[in-house]
Ligand binder design. Structure first.
Ligand code: NAG
Length: 295
C-alpha cells in the first residue's frame, strides 16, 4: 500500500503521451461520427477501434503503447457517465482509467477526479481506486472492491459533480461521496472546468499488489471497451460565469442533487461496511493530522 499515492499521471505520460506522441495529430477519419463529435484520440490512433456502428470503442494496450481518448469540450459541474467493460483474464499491472481533469497534461495546478481500475491476476478481483485533486494536490485515495466481475459485462460508472458534492457511482450505487464543507480550508475542486478522459496503460510499478505483480506481455493486447458516453453538464464557454448560474435545466446543480437520497445513503453505507479496502481519511500513519474534509 505504500505507493498508492504515486501520481498515475507520471505513468500516463510515459506510457501514453510519450510513447505515441508521433501519432497524436492524426485523429482517424475512419472513426465514427459518434466518436468524432465528442472525443479526440490521445496517443496511438491504431490502438483504438470502434465497432462498425460506432457505438462501442475498444482501447488496446500492448508493449508498444497504450491509448486514450478525451472529450473535446470542458465542463463545469454535471453528470458524466459511461459504460465500461474491463480487460478480462490476466490483467495484472494494467490500469484502465476514467477521469476528469482541468488540463490536457499533468499540469501542476490541475484539478482532477479519478476512477482507476486496477487489474489483477486471473480470477482475482479488480480494485477500483478513486481520487480527488485540487490545484495539483491529490492524495485523497479510496479503494473499493466491486460486487461483480467488471470484465464480464458492461457496467455504468458515473460522476456527479456540483458545488456541494462529488459522488462516484457504480451503476446506481454511490460508492463514494466527497463533500464541499464550504470552509476556508476546504479541499474541493469547483473552480476549473474539466475534460473527461479515458485511457489504458501499463502501471505495473504500483498497481497490482503494490507493484509486485507485473504485466504479462504474453497476454497482450489488453483491451477495455466503452459505450454510452453521457455528459449532462454545463459545457464551458468563456467567460467564467457561463457555468455558474443554476438554471432549472441544470438538474445537477439543483437542491435535490446536493445530497444523497435516503436510499442512496443506505446503499452508500452498505458499500462503506463491505467494500472499502482503503480510505485515506483513516490512514493516520500517512496523515497524522486528519485532512480537513475528512471530519
Ligand atoms: C488482487 O488480488 C489480491 C489477492 O486476492 C488482492 O489482495 C489485491 O487487493 C487485488 N488487487 C490489486 C489491485 O492488487
Amino acid at each position: 500500500m505504500e505507493r498508492i499515492w504515486v501520481s498515475p499521471w507520471l505513468v500516463l505520460w510515459l506510457a501514453t503521451v510519450l510513447t505515441c506522441f508521433s501519432n497524436l495529430m492524426g485523429v482517424a477519419s475512419a472513426l465514427s461520427s459518434g466518436f468524432e463529435e465528442n472525443f479526440k484520440v490521445m496517443g496511438s490512433e491504431d490502438h483504438l477501434k470502434t465497432s462498425d456502428d460506432g457505438q462501442v470503442w475498444h482501447l488496446f494496450l500492448d508493449e508498444k503503447a497504450g491509448c486514450g481518448f478525451q472529450t473535446k469540450h470542458r465542463y463545469r459541474f454535471g453528470w458524466f457517465s459511461m459504460k465500461l467493460k474491463l480487460v478480462g483474464g490476466d490483467s495484472a499491472g494494467v490500469v484502465t482509467a476514467y477521469y476528469m481533469c482541468s488540463d490536457l497534461g499533468a499540469g501542476p495546478e490541475r484539478d482532477e477526479l479519478d476512477l482507476e481500475f486496477l487489474g489483477n491476476r486471473s480470477g482475482q478481483p479488480y480494485t477500483l481506486q478513486t481520487n480527488v485533486y485540487v490545484s495539483g494536490v491529490g492524495g485523497r485515495e479510496m479503494r473499493h472492491m466491486l460486487w461483480f466481475d467488471p470484465t464480464q459485462d458492461y457496467h455504468t460508472y458515473s460522476i456527479l459533480w456540483n458545488n456541494h458534492q462529488i459522488v462516484f457511482f457504480v451503476d446506481k450505487v454511490p460508492i463514494r461521496v466527497y463533500r464541499n464543507n464550504g470552509k476556508p480550508n476546504n479541499f474541493f475542486p469547483n473552480k476549473k472546468p474539466m475534460y473527461m478522459f479515458s485511457s489504458i496503460w501499463n502501471a505495473d510499478d504500483w498497481a497490482t499488489r503494490g507493484g509486485i505483480e507485473k504485466t504479462d506481455w504474453k497476454k497482450a493486447p489488453f483491451i477495455s471497451s466503452y459505450k454510452k458516453f453521457k455528459a449532462d453538464g454545463c459545457r464551458w464557454k468563456q467567460p467564467y460565469p457561463e457555468c455558474v448560474s443554476t438554471t432549472t435545466d441544470h438538474w445537477w446543480d439543483q437542491y435535490d442533487a446536493w445530497t444523497l437520497t435516503d436510499n442512496q445513503n443506505m446503499d452508500n453505507s452498505w458499500v462503506g461496511r463491505n467494500l472499502v479496502i482503503y480510505d485515506y481519511c483513516k490512514d493516520h500513519q500517512r496523515y497524522p493530522d486528519t485532512p480537513p474534509e475528512c471530519s
